[in-house]
Design a binder for this molecule. Structure first.
Ligand SMILES: Nc1ncnc2c1ncn2[C@@H]1O[C@H](COP(=O)(O)OP(=O)(O)OP(=O)(O)O)[C@@H](O)[C@H]1O
Ligand SMILES: [Mg+2]
Length: 503
């Protein structure tokens, strides 16, 4: 269908943009962000509408509009409707010859027809493939967005948006797609760091047999696999304290190995207690306090539970449910430990390729200068830098992009951006996402819940997507204040009834 006609302006059409006047009968069919095509030498010119303007000469002068409107509507005196027109400013993406997209080196002539794009061609041009991960529909088009597994997860992904924009929902869609893959198409293991216990519900849905949920408060780290630099307090120690801790730790580890036993921070405390630190009691006492706190975390055991091999299985999703852990330090230590173990295991070929999904990633890989606050940052950044070669991929989810580690974010080659309104976050996204222009940046504030902008390696060019519905009914997140308040009162009333009945 014809939508409009290329017009001649002083600076366009040129090889990268043109403007067109839109036909009246196509007005309802033209939207910002939509793809269009123009017949061009050597193929079809593909372009996307950047912005749309409407104009009408009758309404240009404020004082005459005001005057006429006072004495009845302007439209009752003049044929104003006939002078209204709509202009679409359009960015040329290239010329598609049926196989590949070539740079446009010569502008389309004014007067050319601007048409609705052939959606099959668009899907081919955008590189969507049958075996890809189907996350939804291209905005303004009936085209399934099917992202290639390698393109998306060969490197790393960041999902960035304000709270409630649909990040976790989208991750749920991606998990459904990853779990549904067949071995022939390539399957990866997925480990989800689930800070709020949002993904535990997967266990009761249709994916139940492909999901394991681990209660993080019951996780045990095998002391024989640990190293002192994974202790939350390690980076706040002085060099002599570190030396004291390391020598005691490794000696205890050696003894434990020889005797086929395991040891805990308490054993470390006992051994440290007998170290002669030449009367300088203070460094040792501080160390003992730290170890005491570590012992109280109750996180060390004989072996890793769960083991790395049971966490990462092809086509399987392992959720580490952290909702019952209060301390940030313990969460960080667990993430740091498993990130390191997973990466080392995949490097040695002991586990299949995996995607490590980190919710609230700014808490685990934050742009903080204080290293003791960011135990897990170091390990996640290592996967971000070196993971690609071994099939270790990160998916960082965050509502505060400004607080996310620049190193980690810059290694995320695909950014999926949903609604963001905070100006600092928008500025940061503009600076850290490659290929994002001002028009797209402005659109981010107007995205609806469940709509996303994808930029980077996974797509040929930035696209807007409406994320599809989940296959399973997901419990809606009843976290609005009214629901919480209602639930509280209902529970109080129920408790009172129980007490009354008992009495
Ligand atoms: N594509 C979608 N289709 C239908 N509903 C959606 C979609 N995306 C999100 N929602 C709804 O919006 C609500 C918020 O989504 P979600 O929990 O994914 O937000 P979030 O970005 O993860 O927020 P937070 O940062 O607070 O974790 C959910 O209740 C979900 O049901
Ligand atoms: Mg969420």
């Amino acid at each position: 269908m014809k939508l409009g006609t290329v017009i001649s302006l002083i600076s366009s059409p040129n090889s990268w943009k043109f403007s067109s006047v839109i036909n009246d009968d196509a007005l309802g069919k033209v939207r910002k962000g939509q793809f269009v095509e123009v017949e061009h030498e050597g193929g079809k010119l593909i372009a996307s509408i950047g912005d749309i303007f409407r104009s009408n000469r009758y309404f240009e002068r404020a004082e005459s509009v005001a005057g006429y409107e006072r004495s009845g509507a302007l439209s009752s005196h003049f044929p104003v409707d006939e002078w209204s027109y709509t202009i679409a400013e359009t960015r040329i993406l290239g010329v598609y010859d049926g196989n590949a997209l070539h740079r446009c080196s010569f502008p389309p002539p004014p007067g050319s027809d601007v048409r609705q794009v052939d959606e099959q061609m668009l899907s081919k041009y955008l590189g969507f493939r049958e075996t890809g991960l189907n996350i939804g529909k291209l905005l303004n088009h009936d085209v399934d967005v099917k992202l290639g597994l390698s393109k998306l997860f060969q490197k790393h992904v960041a999902i960035l948006a304000m709270s409630g924009a649909g990040k976790s929902y989208l991750m749920g869609v991606l998990l459904e797609e990853l779990a549904a893959r067949s071995p022939e198409h390539g399957r990866v293991g997925v480990v989800v760091i689930d800070v709020h216990g949002e993904y535990a519900a997967l266990k009761s849905g249709p994916l139940a047999d492909k999901v394991s949920v681990y209660d993080a408060s019951k996780i045990r780290i095998g002391t024989k696999n640990a190293t002192p630099d994974l202790f939350p307090f390690y980076y706040s120690l002085s060099p002599p304290q570190r030396r004291m801790l390391a020598s005691t730790f490794y000696e205890l580890k050696r003894q434990a190995k020889a005797q086929h036993k395991f040891f805990t921070p308490k054993d470390l405390m006992l051994d440290l207690g007998s170290v002669n630190d030449k009367g300088a009691a203070k460094p040792r006492d501080a160390l003992l306090d730290h170890l005491d706190a570590l012992q109280k975390m109750r996180v060390f055991g004989k072996v890793d539970d769960p083991s790395v091999a049971s966490l990462v299985r092809p086509g399987h999703i392992s959720v580490i449910d952290m909702r019952d852990i209060d301390g940030e330090k313990k969460k960080q230590m667990l993430v740091a430990y498993y990130a390191r173990r997973l990466f080392n295991a995949v490097k040695k070929g002991r586990v299949p390729p995996f995607v490590l999904v980190v919710e609230e990633a700014h808490n685990f890989a934050g742009e903080s200068v204080k290293r003791e606050d960011m135990l897990s940052k170091h390990e996640l950044e290592r996967i971000a830098r070196e993971g690609r070669k071994f099939g270790a991929s990160l998916c960082l989810i965050s509502q505060r992009p400004v607080r996310l580690s620049t190193t980690a974010l810059s290694q995320c080659n695909t950014h999926i951006i949903m609604r963001v309104t905070n100006p600092y976050d928008i500025k940061h996204i503009g600076e850290s996402s490659e290929g994002i222009d001002n028009y797209m940046l402005n659109s981010i504030t107007t995205l609806k819940v469940g709509e996303a902008l994808i930029v980077g390696e996974a797509v040929v060019q930035p696209i807007f997507v409406r994320v599809r519905k989940r296959n399973a009914d997901v419990p809606t997140d009843n976290t609005d204040l009214e629901s919480i308040a209602r639930k509280y009162e209902l529970e109080q009333a129920r408790k009172k009834e129980d007490v009354d009945a008992f009495l």
